[in-house]
Ligand binder design. Sequence first.
Ligand code: RB5
Length: 142
Amino acid sequence: MIAIGSDHGGFALKQEIMAHLEKRGLEYKDYGTYSEESCDYPVYGRAVAKAVAAGECERGIIICGTGIGISITANKVPGIRAALCGDCFSAKATREHNDANILALGARVTGPGLALQIVDTFLDTPFSGDERHMRRISMIEE
Ligand code: RB5
């Protein structure tokens, strides 16, 4: 199960991503927001992060205008490694090296075509499991 959430700035891209996940046959849970009415990104970043940290969802996708505010929020939740990605190289590397469990996107920065490729790369790339990466990840929460 994938947790997905956005503020108003990410609402339209979230709709496209959910349609894409449906086409791929991937299950998701939408944590809001549910319209383009102005709202506060921490509410949605935190809701997705808590769902992932609690193990209710394996991965998360969060979107705001820049991806910055919502990723800062998600990374405050223990156990969350949210990666703001604007390219597929970063999306692949953050899965392989950081075992990132949440992908953050900036809807006002990254167009929908690239965003969907980033989503696929993030979801389809496994963690490398290399000892050095496991050591570094464990150091994050020390
Ligand atoms: C909302 O206007 C905007 O500030 C928000 O979507 C995000 O970019 C914050 O980091």
